[in-house]
Ligand binder design. Structure first.
Ligand SMILES: C[S@@+](CC[C@H](N)C(=O)[O-])C[C@H]1O[C@@H](n2cnc3c(N)ncnc32)[C@H](O)[C@@H]1O
Length: 235
């Protein structure tokens, strides 16, 4: 059965020279980007995640790739070796200090002339329900672990982060507009809020959870934009 690769991955890679490349998916998740890189003809694909179960899932789904469990702040690959880096939905789960360290590492491993594809979400409109739901998750994450669960960057901000490391901006494209935040997405975020709440005292967690459940119960909230940045490293 053919692998179901999200259109956002396929579209983001369509104008990038992946054929024959040595590629890295930074932040593997379930391996959507890894599957996309292989389907686009990459010769070698490394897939890095810090979660053991994600690395296991990628090994099963994409036996043609090398799934590595590692922190992207210290990528276990030599300097100047990667032709294409794909970070599909990674930067929104990194606190700012981690994002800065990951940008340095991705720049270290890329070969001269290499490409970087950054697919992520602009901050959601301030009055949207999905934004308020993420805010509840962030409040619980801050109370539980003193760090946010999500940080959404405008495309211009990630562009500036990487051009500051010497990358050249090639293009910015829109992958989804609006992003179809479905009923299932809303429920999944309410569930994540419930899990985060287990580490927070009840008197703080309960009103936040009530708010999360109310926001999710109202159903889908299509809004905001998913973008794709492509940059080239011409050191
Ligand atoms: C939202 S998922 C990415 C989804 C995936 N790229 C896709 O297209 O389906 C984020 C991934 O990044 C990983 N991650 C987050 N912070 C990391 C870090 N500091 N080092 C390595 N992996 C990290 C998470 O464990 C997870 O596998």
């Amino acid at each position: 059965m053919p692998d179901s690769i999200p259109d956002t991955v396929t579209d983001a890679l369509a104008d990038v020279p992946v054929e024959g490349a040595t590629a890295l998916e930074a932040g593997a998740g379930v391996g959507n980007g890894t599957a996309g890189l292989l389907a686009a003809g990459a010769e070698t694909v490394y897939s890095v995640t810090d979660e053991a179960d994600h690395a296991r899932t990628v090994r099963e789904r994409c036996p043609g790739a090398s799934a590595l469990q590692a922190d992207l702040r210290a990528v276990p690959l030599p300097d100047d070796t990667i032709d294409v880096v794909l970070a599909h939905g990674l930067f929104n789960v990194l606190p700012n200090e981690t994002a800065a360290a990951v940008a340095t590492e991705l720049t270290r491993v890329v070969a001269p002339g290499g490409w970087l594809v950054l697919d992520d979400y602009d901050p959601h409109p301030p009055d949207s329900r999905i934004r308020r739901l993420y805010a509840v998750e962030n409040a619980l994450a801050e109370l539980a672990r003193a760090r946010p669960a999500y940080v959404f960057h405008p495309a211009e901000e990630l562009r500036a982060l990487f051009t500051g490391h010497g990358w050249i901006h090639e293009r910015t494209a829109t992958l989804l507009d609006p992003v179809p935040w479905t009923h299932e997405h809303m429920q999944a975020h309410a569930d994540a809020a419930r899990r985060a709440a287990t580490a927070v005292p009840d008197e703080l967690a309960d009103p936040l959870l009530e708010r999360a459940e109310r926001l999710a119960a109202e159903g889908e909230d299509p809004t905001g934009r998913m973008y794709s940045l492509a940059l080239r490293y011409d050191e």
